[in-house]
Design a protein around this ligand. Structure first.
Ligand code: GDG
Length: 544
């Protein structure tokens, strides 16, 4: 063993010991976040804005019930809002949402013990078809994820997107009245909202977090409304991405598209007398809560029940958990698993794979088509490699409650996260947080944001079927001590930076960078790395 490998192994052993003693670096908590807000936002309202609401109300016969919505963004920010209070502005999508709001379209959340207000914005079916399914999910989503699904650009979708962004901004302005506020916009549905907010209230602090990748300028420049999208985003004081590459892609796109001073060293854009800071903040999960949940007797019982129900006795188990989205690389994963069984026949009959695939955006053709591909690939494996206890691939097309998901995480011998391109991918971190006995392995695509942090995962490209099959084999056959070392190191990473660290970093950066933002156009010389004004390509320019 060379020196590097020895040092890494010693560190991992230390990590195992520290995991076993449940030690580790001091962790940020919801309490820390609340204290930070009391100290730094004493006289300002906090307003979070996202398309998706954290809780929906649904009709259930004569009754109304509420559900907490799944999805990385809503789950993460709900924990933050419960700690901080304030207002969350979002689209009211539940069929009983209108029946549960007050005269100002607000409802307390969580509905059983209100900690903050949810202000619902109403969208018509036409808005939904054009702003959400159209521009957001058929233009921006495929544009930003470089996965070879061609984006569709429709003028009517774009018009609707602008109009809905205006409506979200109007709801925020109503909520803040004439008070100072920090408005935190979420994701690609709301790229124009900051511009509408600042037009009316230039004094508001406004920041945006872009939860999905930002493409390189070669890809970005096909967007017919690229100037307007960038103009909208540059109305924010801070724009955040998960990783530095997405931030620099964004800055490169600005430099190519607009007349602006792009400072690659300070990661800032100066334009029309104001500055936008661009930063990376890798998001995480509420790791302690997931870890605690995974240790409960209820989860252990559920795990045993699942093993029994799916006939998994004596079987190694692999797991995938995703929205059924073409970006998540699910068909590619199943093809690699078929190759695993072919190339390493010792796993035939001794290995089962559980794929939880939450139906998503099913009104769009590409999403229906990924669902069909996944079903076919699972059926093909089950035909070719039958297993005595039950099917080799169990496809669960259901939206489970998060508590129901944890036993699957806990029981899996490996979890496969094989996104073709992703912002972060929270499933990778949730799986690690839910593996307290260190008996698990992560097979991870290098095209996820998580791969930057989770270096001890088995990194394998979903585009390389052979390599991915080999990585799954390695994850299954690794010696027990080596597995534990890897998992301990991964857990240390995930537990070191949880969702509260992310929120604190983002909010503290917004507050402190805003203090540094020059009121006037900065006259100071730009440091090296600066790019001067970039000429806007003329119409008909061959670079378009
Ligand atoms: C976007 C970006 C970025 C899954 N199945 C169920 C369920 N889930 C939850 C998981 C996890 C979340 O959904 C998925 O999070 P991801 O991060 O993988 O992906 P996206 O939803 O595409 O999120 C992504 C994220 O925003 C945050 O910034 O990481 O890159 O694409 O939390 O647990 N939850 C429940 N039932 C399920 O069946 N309750």
């Amino acid at each position: 063993m060379n020196l590097g490998a020895r040092a890494r192994s010693a560190l991992s052993r230390a990590a195992i010991r520290s995991q076993q003693r449940n030690e580790g670096p001091p962790r940020r908590t919801a309490q820390d976040l609340a204290e930070w807000a009391r100290a730094h936002l004493p006289d300002r309202r906090l307003v979070v804005v996202s398309n998706r609401e954290p809780y929906s109300h649904l009709r259930d016969g004569d009754r109304i019930r509420w559900v907490r919505n799944a999805g990385g963004l809503t789950v993460a920010l709900d924990a933050v809002m419960q700690a901080l209070g304030g207002v969350w502005v979002a689209h009211g999508g539940g069929d009983a949402d209108r029946l549960t709001v007050d005269a100002r379209d607000r409802v307390g959340c969580p509905p059983d013990r209100a900690r903050y207000l949810l202000r619902r914005v109403w969208l018509t079916q036409e808005d939904h078809a054009r702003y959400y399914s159209g521009f957001a999910n058929s233009a921006l989503w495929p544009l930003c994820h470089v996965v070879y699904v061609r984006p569709r650009f429709e003028l009517a979708d774009w018009d609707s997107y602008r109009e809905v962004n205006q409506r979200f901004a109007a709801a925020v302005l109503e909520e803040v009245e004439d008070q100072p506020a920090l408005v935190f916009l979420q994701d690609y549905h709301l790229a124009l909202a900051a511009r509408f907010l600042k037009e009316r209230r230039p004094d508001l602090q406004v920041a945006m977090f872009w939860h999905i990748p930002w493409p390189n300028p070669e890809v970005f420049r096909v967007l017919p409304w690229k100037e307007e999208i960038l103009d909208g985003m540059l109305a924010n004081d801070v724009v955040g991405f998960h990783i530095r590459r997405h931030a620099t892609n964004f800055l490169d796109g600005v430099a190519e598209t607009l007349e602006a001073r792009v400072d690659l060293e300070r990661l800032a854009v100066d334009r029309a007398g104001r500055r936008t800071w661009v930063r990376s903040f890798p998001i995480s999960v509420d790791a302690e809560e997931i870890a605690a949940l995974a240790e409960t007797a209820e989860v252990r019982r559920a795990e045993a029940e699942i093993r029994e129900r799916l006939g998994l006795a004596g079987c190694k188990v692999g797991l995938g958990v995703d929205r059924l989205d073409y970006t998540k690389g699910i068909p590619e994963r199943l093809e690699a698993l078929e190759r695993l069984l072919e190339k390493y026949p010792e796993w035939q009959g001794r290995f089962a794979f559980i794929q939880i695939g939450v139906p998503s955006r099913i009104q769009l053709r590409e999403y229906r088509s990924v669902q069909v591909r996944v079903r076919r690939a699972a059926a093909a494996i089950n035909r070719r490699y039958p297993r005595a206890g039950g099917p080799t691939v169990h496809l669960i097309e259901d939206n489970l409650d998060f508590r129901e998901l944890v036993p699957y995480y806990r029981m899996a011998d490996f979890c496969a996260v094989t996104a073709l391109h992703d912002g972060m991918n929270l499933v990778a971190k949730e799986y690690i947080a839910a593996s307290p006995d260190l008996d698990g392995a992560l097979v991870l695509s290098p095209f996820t944001g998580a791969a930057r942090e989770l270096e001890r995962a088995w990194i394998a490209s979903p585009y390389d079927r052979e390599g991915l099959a080999d990585a799954c084999h390695a994850a299954l056959s690794d010696a027990p001590e080596a597995r534990r070392e890897r998992m301990a190191a991964l857990r240390e990473t995930v537990l070191r930076r949880n969702i509260f660290d992310w929120a604190l970093d983002v909010l503290d950066t917004i507050v402190s960078l805003n203090l540094q933002t020059p009121a006037q156009e900065p006259a100071a010389a730009m440091p090296s790395g600066e790019r001067g004004p970039t000429p806007r390509p003329a119409p008909g320019d061959s670079r378009r």
